[in-house]
Design a protein around this ligand. Sequence first.
Ligand SMILES: [Zn+2]
Length: 306
Amino acid sequence: MTFNDDAQLDTSGVSRGGGGRGGRGLAIGGGGGILGLIVLVIYLFMGGDPSQVQQPQPQGQGQEQVGAGDLAEKCRTGADANKDVECRIVAAQNSVQAYWRATLPEASGGRYQWRDTNMVLFGRAQGEQARSACGTADNNVGPFYCPLDKTVYLSATFFKVLEQQFGSSSGPLAQEYVVAHEYGHALQDQLGLLERAQQDPKGPEGGGVRTELQADCFAGMWAKGAVETKDAQGRALMKPLTENDVRDALSAAESVGDDHIQQQAQGRVTPENFTHGTSEQRQRWFMTGYETGDINKCNTFAATRL
Ligand SMILES: [Zn+2]
C-alpha cells in the first residue's frame, strides 16, 4: 500500500507492446540490413542472456498500441495501483519521472532537465512479444531499457519470476525498485554515461557492473524522495516508506545479484562473468542512494570500492 488512494495516475507514457502471439520475428543473425549492424545495446535488469532480445527488425519499429486504452481505464488512482500490478508499475513510473523532473536540474547544477521516457508493458501471456528498436522481447526477457528508442520495456510477469525463481519479496517496493532501476538507465542515457557500460563490459570491476550499480543507486535516490512526488493536481503520489518497504526493495536487489543468480543457475559463482554486481553490492548501492539522496554519491565509475 505505498500509494495514496486518491492520487491520480497518468497512463499517457505507458503503452502495451506486442499482443502478437507466435511469429518469433527474426532470429539472431537473420536481421541483415543496416539495422542489423547497430550494436545491440540493452540494459537488462538482471544478468540474462542479451541474445534473448532478438536482432532489430527492418520494419515495424512503431509500437503497437494494443490495449493501451484499457490501462487508462483501469489505472486511474493510487487505489488502483495498490491493488493491481500493472497499475502499480504505472504509478511507480509516474513517481520516478516526477522525482527526476524535480531533482535533476538542481542535482546537475542546472545542466540537465529530465526528458520524459515512455514505458512499454508486455508479456502478459506466454509468447506475447514487444518490438523495440533493440529487438523483439518476449516474457523470457527481464526488464530493459533500450537507448535506441529511449524506452523502458517491462513484463509484469517478471515479478513472478523474481519471486518464485529468485526468492525476492513480492512487496510493492520490490516491484517499484525494478521500475526505478530501469529509469536509472534512462537517466544515464540522458547524462551520456551509458557508453561506459560497453567499456570492459564484464567482470566484477567492469563497466557493466558499474553501470548497473549506479542504476541501483539512482533507484535508492528515488526511494528517498518518493514521498515528495506529486501527481498533476499536486497531490502526493506516495505514502512515506516504511522499514518493510525498504526491506522489500533490498530483497529484490539481493535476489538479482550476480552471485545469487549464478549460484542458482550453475551451482557456483564466476566473477569474471559478472554483469550487475553481487547481492551485497546491489543492496549497498541502493542504500547509498537512499541514505544520501546525493547524485554525486552514485558515481560508481569513480568508486574505488564497488
Ligand atoms: Zn540494469
